[in-house]
Write a protein that binds this ligand. Structure first.
Ligand code: MGD
Ligand code: MGD
Ligand code: SF4
Ligand code: MO
Length: 712
């Protein structure tokens, strides 16, 4: 057959770029951006080629793996693997109770419609409430603020980038991350377009990031102190009579209470703690208020800190106070073709139960992952004895990864749905590797709902999967059926598994764009439009979209106001003064994706990027020179990495990327293991979290840095 073209969305990050893939006889010849995709318009990044590399990676697992008594691995058949895994889970639950089996879902879960739509059925059958995910090392504060303000954790507004003239970014680096909680392929072009129409982009970040370098203005901020800046900006708006919510004011309560709550937080009172001059803070508030079409946006840097919940509350509040919520060019909700909110009625999934050891509240049916290891290591009634992981690598991605590493080694039973034997899954008794990427059908269930333009797109598998392989959803369905039937399970009578494609089709037909016969959407309509269907710019959706009981927004929700007490305490204590201490932050890079694309030679090649960045003043004070090996120490551990001296970092701050540390034994990651690097999460501290939301405080970790004599 001559070469053919296939179109699909890249499912590696939230930008959901359209791809054009040329292939012949089961081989990829070329991966390029799909110029006809109405959303991404031909954009891709270097990681897109990783789709082919993962597909072809000799280390990728293709058959169920069972750990042998001697500590090795053997391949077994699918039916046997599913039978044994279901029996193993039932055995632990019979002995220790349903909640003794924990669950951890990692990031690719939301980039994979098969997992996303089938995992819930498996979890219902499992019946455990010991559920954990990467959300609590990432975006939980965003959900918390959305729930408190708009009535549902998934009502997440995004910046209307294509129509804004003022974009203030805190703790996000979209030029490298390609955008997050904001699906916006080709952010660089969209950012330039803001500037070309006379608008401005301002970045607040402890590092002069790649995004900051392209912005019109950049302000350093001391890590972990954004809450003070945001409170002071609100204070300026009230003090200078700049509060003007516009149309949204008609269904907003709590304006006066919020004003009263921020009274004391003058720019002068927060200058020392944030490192920002009072005049700069006033300018930011005034510029936001003056912008005809403007938006404040905050991402990982503000959600992974001790005041993440308050930060996201205040970011939403600032948009509202300045008339930018639900307005063109401001902070708007997408209208996804597939509704992700679930059944109507008040959202009650908060604090229905607490973690056993530290008493941390449940939110969205999950417990904070910072508590996962202690729940396994602390003996007593309710101790976690088994774990199911899917699409995750929490040993490298959650705070105090070493502690979790130890905890996993002691589990009675562990099973991982994953395509790699990595630092986490090496502890499993069974690894169930799904068909992945190019072999799967795909719909972006989450990211169309977070996109800065309304579009919809479905892709069929490019390659037929190996007949011996199973999709994620088939694995989950196989386990669900076995758990539901118990020992009586009989494959002959079990019935067909639920194909996620049917759920997507149903969702599209009953979604906001209507049935196909009335010009709306269905899976067939999307199949006929392989580049995607353009559904237009973001539309105002408030107050109709609100899920709050009274269909109004309460800016002064009691949980937020109460949490301000913590802020006042820290402010009264002043900036931390521990001698020689630095505050550690993370870093992302274009050719890497969390912990899991380091086994691909095309992406990992080149210089060692796992360096500790330090400001020249901090390097000189420690007598360090460029490239020198340093020991970085925190409360929980230490690592040794080369130092990179750069004025792009704020003095007093250190930065290390996360996702490295592949030297642990027992993995099957030949390329990654040969590449140097240490895990940032061997330094991050599981006791530091946002008390309001349970999200880990990965930013602003106190560390000490000194020359290392030799490799630790
Ligand atoms: N210190 C620090 N820690 C961080 C962060 C930080 O900035 N700083 N970032 C945090 C963030 S934002 C996140 S999202 C987390 C990510 O944390 P995790 O989700 O735990 O880690 P990943 O590295 O994304 O691991 C993804 C796993 O999914 C597997 N996988 C890939 N595709 C598939 C598939 O189709 N099916 C299945 N079953 N498995 C698949 C990969 O092999 C890999 O093992 O890390 C967090 N950790
Ligand atoms: N290439 C690439 N792309 C990715 C990923 C990847 O690993 N590689 N991961 C994906 C995932 S899972 C996610 S969640 C997104 C994340 O997307 P982003 O949030 O855009 O990405 P980060 O680079 O983590 O940006 C966080 C920024 O916060 C800054 N920061 C740290 N602490 C503070 C603080 O206290 N205050 C302020 N104001 N800033 C602070 C950091 O310096 C950094 O610039 O990226 C996604 N895209
Ligand atoms: S930006 Fe994200 S979605 Fe686009 S090609 Fe790169 S990894 Fe894929
Ligand atoms: Mo993430």
């Amino acid at each position: 057959m001559p070469p053919q073209l296939h179109y699909r969305a890249c499912n590696l990050c939230e930008a959901i770029c359209g791809l054009e893939i040329e292939h012949e006889n089961g081989r990829v010849l070329r991966i390029a951006g799909d110029a006809q995709d109405p959303f991404s318009r031909g954009h891709i990044c270097p990681k897109a080629l990783g789709l082919q590399d993962v597909y072809e990676d000799p280390d990728r697992l293709r058959r169920p793996q069972r750990r042998t008594a001697a500590g090795g691995w053997e391949e077994i058949g699918w039916e046997q693997a599913l039978d044994e895994v279901a029996a193993g889970l039932r055995r632990v639950q019979a002995r220790h109770g349903a909640h003794a089996v924990a669950w951890y879902a990692g990031n690719p879960s939301v980039h994979n419609s098969g997992t996303q739509l089938a995992a819930p059925g498996f979890l219902r059958a499992l019946g455990s409430r010991s559920l954990f995910s990467a959300s609590s090392v990432d975006q939980l504060p965003h959900h918390f603020a959305a729930w408190q303000l708009y009535g549902h954790p998934l009502l997440l507004p995004v910046p209307d980038l294509d129509h804004t003239d003022f974009w203030l970014i805190l703790g996000g680096n979209p030029l490298v991350s390609n955008g997050s909680l904001m699906s916006a392929p080709d952010v660089a072009k969209r950012l330039r377009a803001i500037q070309e129409r006379g608008g401005r982009v301002i970045v607040v970040d402890p590092r002069r990031t790649e995004t900051a370098a392209r912005a019109d203005e950049h302000h350093f901020i001391r890590p972990g102190t954004d809450v003070f800046l945001l409170l002071a900006m609100a204070q300026v708006l009230y003090a200078e009579n700049l509060v003007n919510p516009g149309r949204v004011g008609a269904f907003t309560d709590g304006l006066a209470e919020l004003g009263a709550a921020v009274v004391g937080f003058t720019p002068e009172s927060v200058a020392a703690v944030t490192g920002l001059a009072p005049a700069a803070i006033r300018q930011l508030a005034r510029a936001l208020a003056a912008a005809e079409r403007g938006v404040v946006y905050g991402r990982l840097g503000v959600s992974t800190q001790e005041f993440g919940g308050l930060c996201l509350w205040l970011i939403n509040a600032l948009n509202l106070l300045t008339g930018h919520l639900d307005e063109p060019g401001g902070y708007m909700l997408a209208t996804p073709a597939l509704d992700v909110l679930g059944k109507p009625g008040p959202y009650t999934r908060h604090n229905r139960y607490r973690s056993r050891v530290r008493g941390l509240a449940e939110f969205m049916g999950e417990l904070p992952v910072a508590a996962l290891a202690e729940e396994m290591l602390t003996p007593g009634e309710g101790q976690l004895r088994a774990l199911v992981t899917s699409c995750g690598n929490p040993v490298l991605s959650t705070p105090n990864g070493r502690q979790l590493d130890t905890a996993l080694a002691g589990l009675e039973f562990m099973v991982s749905l994953d395509i790699y034997r990595n630092e986490t899954t090496r502890h499993a008794h069974y690894i169930l590797p799904p068909a992945t990427g190019l072999e799967t059908a795909h719909y972006d269930v989450s990211f169309h709902a977070l996109a800065i333009r309304n579009t919809s797109r479905y892709a069929e598998p490019l390659f037929e999967k190996d007949p011996e392989a199973r999709y994620d959803w088939q694995i989950f369905e196989g386990l669900r059926q076995r758990l539901e039937a118990g020992p009586a399970y009989d494959p002959a009578t079990a019935g067909p598994p639920e194909d996620p494609a049917a759920k997507i089709d149903l969702g599209l037909r009953y979604g906001p764009y209507g049935r196909p016969e009335r010009g709306g959407l269905s899976l067939d309509v999307l199949r006929e439009n392989p580049h995607g269907v353009d559904l237009g710019p973001l539309q105002a959706r408030l107050p109709a979209a609100l899920r709050t009981a009274n269909q109004r927004i309460n800016l002064a929700a009691p949980l937020f106001l109460a949490d301000l007490a913590r802020v006042r305490q820290v402010l009264a204590a002043g900036p931390p003064a521990a001698p020689n201490q630095l505050l550690l932050i993370g870093r992302r890079e274009l050719r890497s994706n969390n912990s899991w694309m380091h086994n691909l030679p095309r992406l990992i090649k080149g210089r060692n990027r796992c360096t500790l960045q330090l400001h020249p003043l901090d390097a000189t004070a420690r007598g360090l020179v460029e490239g020198q090996l340093v020991r970085v120490r925190s409360r929980v551990g230490e690592v040794a990495v080369p130092v990179e001296i750069t004025a792009a970092l704020m003095p007093g701050v250190a930065s290390l990327p996360h996702g490295y540390g592949h030297q642990r034994p027992g993995t099957r990651l030949a390329v990654a293991r040969a590449h140097p690097g240490a895990s940032l999460n061997d330094l991050t501290d599981e006791t530091r979290l946002d008390a309001l939301t349970g999200n880990a405080a990965l930013s602003a970790v106190p560390v000490w840095v000194e020359a290392a004599a030799e490799l630790a």
